[in-house]
Design a protein around this ligand. Structure first.
Ligand SMILES: C[S@@+](CC[C@H](N)C(=O)[O-])C[C@H]1O[C@@H](n2cnc3c(N)ncnc32)[C@H](O)[C@@H]1O
Length: 246
């Protein structure tokens, strides 16, 4: 089963369009932004810095007009952040906006076919809302698998795919495991629109949530339907999984 309720809405003809390039071109023409889905860099910085050192070469898939990459450079000290998006409208706008930032590159590219990038050429890939969007479109399962296989291909051995999503383990674990042989850790962050920290978070951000095979351990730790975004840290460990699929 593939579910789609980006921004907590169940699938309608408009959320289904999140999988289509024309939707994003229209949206970025009408809403130049900046706009960050789910979380801003500042709230995720502790977890990003835990798994992704600033000297690494980073790929941001489906960057949109988010200020996340700017935050990585200005606040996090990252020096090589390559951003791709399927929308030429947003890529042209971001190229122009960040022309004086040599640390940021913007390239129009479909995450399902990144053949312009060599295999094993990135240390980390970060996805905030892009897999979720693709899961809303037609042929969602097939497209999601292509996307995950391409991310796997461009990552170096021990590289990490950081997936920030509203998708609970019940929905995301199977998809991740069936596409590639990731080693997966899970973190969660509260769905706070503001940058203020809640006094008592449901779970400490930098502490992995216990994760068993079917994800039922997550409900035991956090309760049913916790108000969180999920952060899957998927590591490509070729040596640990040498006799399996990508
Ligand atoms: C929900 S938005 C997230 C934007 C940004 N990552 C953020 O956090 O604000 C999803 C983004 O994925 C992009 N996208 C959708 N399908 C794509 C594809 N096949 N290849 C590359 N980008 C895609 C859209 O254009 C859009 O910018």
């Amino acid at each position: 089963m593939v579910e789609c309720h980006v921004k907590e809405r169940v699938m309608t003809s408009s959320t289904q369009a999140y999988g289509e390039p024309w939707y994003w071109d229209n949206r970025y023409t009408n809403e130049p932004g900046p706009f960050d889905w789910y979380q801003k860099y500042i709230t995720l910085a502790p977890i990003i810095s835990l798994y992704v050192p600033p000297t690494q070469r980073i790929l941001i898939v489906g960057c949109g007009n988010s200020a996340f990459s700017e935050g990585m450079v200005v606040d996090g000290g990252y020096t090589d952040v390559v951003n791709i998006d399927i929308s030429s409208v947003v890529i042209e706008a971001m190229k122009s906006k960040y022309q004086d930032f040599p640390q940021l590159k913007y390239v129009k590219m479909d995450v399902r076919n990144m053949s312009d990038f060599e295999s094993e050429s990135f240390d980390a890939a970060i996805d905030k809302g892009t897999l979720d969007s693709i899961l809303c479109g037609n042929n969602s399962r097939q497209n999601a698998t292509k996307m995950l296989e391409e991310i796997w291909r461009v990552l170096k051995d021990k590289g990490v795919y950081v997936l920030v999503t509203y998708g609970a383990p019940l929905y995301r674990l199977r998809l991740l495991r069936e596409s590639c042989s990731w080693t997966i850790k899970l973190h969660v962050i509260e769905k706070l629109a503001s940058e203020e920290k809640s006094d008592q978070p449901v779970w400490e951000l930098t502490k992995p949530v216990p994760l068993n095979d079917d994800g039922t351990s997550v409900e035991e730790a956090l309760g049913r339907n916790p108000d969180v975004h999920y952060i899957y840290i998927c590591t490509k460990e070729i040596s640990a999984n040498s006799n399996t699929k990508p």
